[in-house]
Write a protein that binds this ligand. Sequence first.
Ligand code: WT7
Length: 648
Amino acid sequence: MESSCKYPLQLSSVSEEYAAQYEESLKNPEQFWGHLARTRLRWIKEFDQVMDCDMNKGSFKWFQGGVINVSENCLDRHAERNPDKAALIWEKDEPGEQEVVSYSTLLDMTCQVANVLKKDGVKKGDRVAIYMPVSPLLVAAMLACARIGAIHSIVFGGFSAESLGSRIIDGSCSVVFTADQGVRGGKVIPLKQTVDEALKGCDCVRRVFVARRTGAKVPFTEGRDVWLDEAMSQESTVCPPEPLDSEDILFMLYTSGSTGKPKGIVHTQAGYLLYASMTQQYAFDFRSESDVFACVADIGWITGHSYVVYGPLCNGGTTVLFESHPIYPNPGRYWEMVERLKITHFYTAPTAIRLLIKYGDDWVTKYNRSTLRILGCVGEPLNREAWLWYNNVVGREKCTVVDTYWQTETGGITITPRPGPDNSPPKPGFPTRPFWGMEPALLSLENEVQHGPDVSGHLCFKRPWPGIARTIWGSHEAYLRIYFEPHPGYYFTGDGALRDKENDYRITGRVDDMLNSKGHRLGTAELECAMNHEPQVAETAVVGYPHEIFGEGIMAFVILKSDVEIKDKDIVGSLKELVKKKIAAFAIPTAFLVVPGLPKTRSGKIMRRVLRKIAADKASELGDVSTLADPSIVKQIVEIYKTKLIET
Ligand code: WT7
């Protein structure tokens, strides 16, 4: 059958056209993606080949032969046409303290930072760590790396010195960007101090550029530390964009994995940029001329990379940088900001929505939200109650709620409802439909594809897409093992999903040993490794359980060494400190149980299924535990759960 799509494509979010275009994207991917890459991006030299991908080999090359510069796409081409247009609105921690940065100013800042890096000897392919508060200078630092072909590795400011240090070492970064301090929710975050601590164990770093955020006096290491503003003031605002290959690395970003060690997910230039910008435009029906896009995630997460920075800027839009906290100085913060900045698109995580529900509707309704058109969320399932509140209270039933499903590894949104009045009725709890070019497949443990409606399985993607991560930094072998070996011929997400009678998708949760608490991905092994450093502890086991606000709470089962006598409260205190020190404060378990043993099989494997039931307060559903090495331990743990649970 002839395709019903006409080139040049007029992509549309309206259901019927979407369906025909979706079909075209699967039938003629080369034509589809090739056309989009040619028309949406500015090339220094156009590519020769659209795609050269092999799902079986986990090998992905997009737009080969193409030469491009991401910062030029995000800045120069908009600054040429529209220099005064607002690129960034920096919503600082104190409400009303916003600063607007135009495209031409952001380009100037970026070039200055790029020249600072060049003068310092940073070359194409060098790794630059960024540990900064959400701010225009952070965006300039990212784009400056992109301008000269350096690879940025952003570490969220909530991570500890140890986490930061291990990421810097893993990427062998030579330069770090930080700030004197951060501020969030009225509290000071000692960023520079944390960097100093982190660098005690890193020989690779020779330079630290320090931005001024609070103006606090911070210790300086002679010969290593430089004030960023002083360095920038010496530099010209012109820096020609480095010509880069489509498949040169743009950035790496660490995410938790099954082992104790986070992995550096690698994204490259053209494919990532195309995918981030397309999804930002079409999943959100974003009209760059007039809309104001507010993704309130921290830039240190992939959501911030793709939908605070690269997507909106590539599209020439106005993007809000949110430095604060959803309930600072009060639970009306988001909606007061929506009114003041005339925000059209608001994108957050379900955990924030559930937190705000608790404070009541008045905090929302007292502000004017008539500019809002699209309400998005990401990170974990948006439960029905939260969906209804977002749609009815925040959106006054006049906005479209888009529950977007994706991952650090996918680069951009993969499954999402289509906004727009003509589309099928929304379905709470369902991200619903694949984005153009994405072909989800549900696979059984035996690798059988589950066809038709009303089935469930491991969520995989059958086809390559331009935004897919290309490797794990320093370990291509782990990349293949994690994503491509479980279901040969497919990319495996690690999530379970179901497809309902209308062919809409719902995510049922991770099927591996990953936790998702407050929208943050954490590995059970990562937490257990951290806590096992406590000398009085023999063993720990961590599981998730349903939590009203966090989505998933984290419960740690702790076994002490036999000769240890210590109060439960004290050991929990020291374990909390350990997690904070080794990972981050946000990773601290929400509940602890000090137990005499763990339910193990005769071969010594912890039966997490049993722990999960206990943690979910569903001990009555434990089922048969007779195969355990010591079945009596279960009863003891259940008793301790009832009487001695320590919630943090
Ligand atoms: C994991 C990815 C992508 C940015 C935020 C998190 C879960 C993500 C949804 C959703 C249900 C979701 C999945 C996924 N997840 N979006 N709409 N519904 N679950 O990025 O840290 O890479 O985590 O978050 O489990 O695998 P990430």
